[in-house]
Design a protein around this ligand. Structure first.
Ligand SMILES: [Zn+2]
Length: 235
């Protein structure tokens, strides 16, 4: 889009992705207004119509003057895009049936996305506590999925205790660290001030990769069975 800023022609790069559907497209500019932010920095706020036929929502962008050009700062509505969820994380469920008798999806993804949204709005205190809660859903629902007979017990366990009893090796170590950082986010006195929310999110990413790998290994070990006994192979 072209703007006339204090008599000078400036070009601002159009957004090419929609914060609602996260599909790359060529949105249409609906309106644009020049204003100043709370620090008195010149900026433009513009509204766009997503051109993805399955979405067509309106979103609003903020561009701030940085040096001689206006740079994209952030979307003012819509949702930040979460990580690409590995299949076993996407399919993770709470083990509990809803009123129709269907097993409901784990609250992990929902809680993670809400935390991400809070973070995106600058609500870092809420976001930190949210990520901590997301980890608890992930840990307990994963443990329940693999040990359905222990469900009642797992639900009421302290998070640290659930990790100790149901996870091993590196994964257990990383989960414990994510929990320390997560708990820290929920307390008045912070013990780990040198680690911020980005570190906590990176640990959650690592945990998802590990769980995905664990799931795939178990899956292939189960479906590919030895053919020795049936066919008298020498291998
Ligand atoms: Zn869209």
């Amino acid at each position: 889009m072209d703007v006339n800023f204090d008599g000078q022609h400036k070009n601002i790069v159009d957004p090419n992705i929609c914060p609602h559907c996260h599909v790359t497209n060529t949105p249409h500019l609906t309106w644009i207004v020049q204003t100043r932010d709370t620090d008195d920095v010149d900026c433009y706020i513009s509204a766009w119509h997503c051109s993805n036929a399955e979405c067509t929502k309106v979103f609003v962008t903020l561009h701030k003057l940085s040096g001689v050009n206006f740079q994209f700062t952030r979307f003012l509505n819509g949702l930040p895009k979460g990580p690409d969820w590995p299949k076993p994380i996407w399919e993770l469920n709470s083990g509990k049936p809803n009123e129709e008798g269907q097993i409901v999806q784990s609250n992990f993804i929902k809680t993670y996305l809400q935390s991400l949204e809070a973070e995106n709005y600058g609500l870092d205190e809420l976001a930190g506590m949210g990520y901590r809660k997301a980890i608890e859903y992930l840990v307990k629902d994963w443990a329940i999925q693999n040990n359905p007979e222990d469900r009642d017990k797992i639900e009421i366990l302290w998070l640290g205790e659930a990790i100790k009893r149901y996870f091993q090796g590196d994964l257990k170590e990383i989960l414990e660290r994510a929990t320390w950082l997560g708990n820290d986010q929920a307390h008045y006195n912070r013990l780990f001030e040198e680690f911020d929310i980005d570190v906590l999110k990176e640990l959650i990413d690592l945990i998802m990769v590990d769980l995905d790998r664990e799931y795939k290994k178990a899956h292939y070990i189960q479906i590919i069975q030895s053919k020795k006994s049936g066919h008298h192979n020498k291998n």
